[in-house]
Design a protein around this ligand. Structure first.
Ligand SMILES: [Zn+2]
Length: 142
């Protein structure tokens, strides 16, 4: 058994593009943010200038509750760079607001991961600019 922990030092850092500034401001404040389309109501993520569903430009940044379920995952034993300690578990989490986020699972053993596992966000600062959202089992569903 090895509990998955966030990798915080030396890992490749995301680049902040102009559309994603509000997202990264949010993670630094402990808020998970996404865009909601004012025209069709769809959740829009990753950040963009137009709605993926209806192409409207009327997008409003919204705070996510940070809860969802594991949609897809893998467990990595051979990392792409030595900065990653193994095992780690990249995952697609489907947020309750209706969008998917690529993240990593923490706070559990890799053998405990399953389809539909309820998870909630936790934030870890990896640099002054970047705080990453990881997901751990939701204590309300244990
Ligand atoms: Zn739309």
């Amino acid at each position: 058994m090895s509990r998955l922990e966030p990798r915080l030092l030396g890992i490749p850092v995301p680049r902040i593009g102009p559309e994603s500034v509000p997202y990264w401001e949010g993670t630094r404040l402990g808020e998970l943010r996404f865009q909601r389309c004012d025209a069709c109501g769809a959740a829009n993520f990753g950040p963009g200038l137009v709605c993926r569903k209806c192409r409207s430009r009327d997008l409003t940044w919204t705070r996510s509750a940070g809860r969802g379920e594991v949609f897809s995952w893998t467990v990595i034993w051979r990392p792409q760079t030595p900065a990653f300690e193994v095992p780690y578990a990249p995952a697609i989490v489907r947020l309750d607001e209706g969008y998917d986020l690529l993240t990593a699972l923490v706070g559990l053993d890799h053998a405990e991961i399953s389809d539909g596992l309820r998870v909630c966000v936790e934030f870890h600062e990896i640099s002054p600019e970047i705080t990453l959202p990881f997901f751990a089992p939701d204590p309300e569903h244990r």
